[in-house]
Design a protein around this ligand. Structure first.
Ligand SMILES: [Zn+2]
Length: 316
């Protein structure tokens, strides 16, 4: 009942906002000055991609700050105003922003241009757990690069005068991502094959595992909304002990509680497993740090991984 009321209130405030801002939106905006139009994204990850391609033509802001869990995030009233004033809203889709779905799906009806990056990718590249699509596509750098053309086209549609710039930066971004993808492959090869088991807080790394050849186990499921998504902590601990995995990992946007429970369970089986550090999963690091960009975040994750899994490895 309370849930129904909350949904109803969100819909009502959205309608009120649309009513109030409807006229405002129809006022033509000055085009052509640098940074003269705004893109609102849901996550810091999407914001970084828009910045790479938008350059200084666009002002990019994300609704969720660094370290915020997108599965749990609910739109706030201030967010609705920002969304309705944006010339373009870029989000992930594939149910990443599970608690904002009603707002994001209402955007076409409200006349707000929008793009779901994850949903612009080839469908046969999307992993599924049962019926649910896995939204964590940015963890496969090569796949994330495939979101670039759709974003370039969306920017060109809104600001055709700068189309050449968007296309050029799009090409450069694809090249940079290809180099990053090759670097990740090279680094992962430093982990002995039998140690390539990545145990982390939630199922954010399946694309990473598929692309770079690691087995992954999230203690929680695909979304963080459900606790310990059916994964048996005891069974997981047994596997970690049997394979002599050196480290488990926590995530920057989640509590370490469940991973710590696995560590205790592993210790109870007589195997010493360490904490390899915190991985960035669904959010970048703070702005101004090297992990505050997508590329920096991927590099930081890979360094943490290789250090945690390769160092403690029993070398032949
Ligand atoms: Zn996630």
């Amino acid at each position: 009942m309370r849930r129904l009321l909350a949904v109803l209130m969100t819909v009502m405030s959205l309608a009120a906002m649309a009513w109030g801002l409807g006229n405002l939106r129809r006022i033509p905006r000055p085009a052509g000055e640098p940074g003269s139009w705004s893109v609102v994204t849901t996550t810091t990850i999407a914001a970084d991609l828009v910045r790479q391609i938008g350059g200084d033509r666009v002002r990019v802001s994300s609704l969720m700050g660094p370290g915020v869990d997108p599965h749990q995030y609910r739109a706030r009233e201030g967010d609705l105003g920002r969304i309705l004033e944006a010339r373009l809203v870029v989000y992930h889709g594939l149910h990443l922003e599970g608690r904002m779905t009603h707002v994001l799906e209402a955007l076409p009806r409200l006349g707000v241009p929008s793009l779901a990056l994850g949903e612009s990718l080839p469908e046969d590249r999307i992993l599924r757990h049962g019926e649910a699509p896995d939204p964590h596509v940015w963890m496969d750098v090569g796949l994330w690069a495939q979101a670039v053309p759709g974003l370039v086209e969306a920017l060109c549609r809104i600001d055709p005068r700068e189309a050449d710039g968007y296309r050029q930066r799009g090409e450069q971004t694809i090249h940079r991502l290809a180099a990053l993808d090759a670097w990740v492959r090279e680094q992962v090869r430093r982990i002995p094959p039998e140690q390539r088991l990545l145990v982390t807080a939630h199922d954010a790394f399946a694309y990473f595992g598929r692309a770079y050849g690691l087995e992954v186990r999230g203690v929680q499921g695909l979304s963080t909304v459900t606790e310990a998504g059916g994964r048996d902590i005891g069974l997981l601990a047994e596997e970690v002990a049997r394979r002599q995995v050196a480290s488990l990992f926590v995530e920057t946007s989640l509590s370490p509680r469940l991973v710590e429970a696995v560590m205790r369970s592993v210790a109870a089986q007589g195997h010493e497993v360490g904490l390899g550090g915190a991985l960035f999963s669904d959010s970048l690091g703070s702005p101004g740090t090297s992990e505050g960009t997508y590329e920096g975040m991927i590099r930081a994750n890979v360094r943490t991984l290789v250090r945690g899994l390769a160092t403690g490895a029993t070398e032949p």
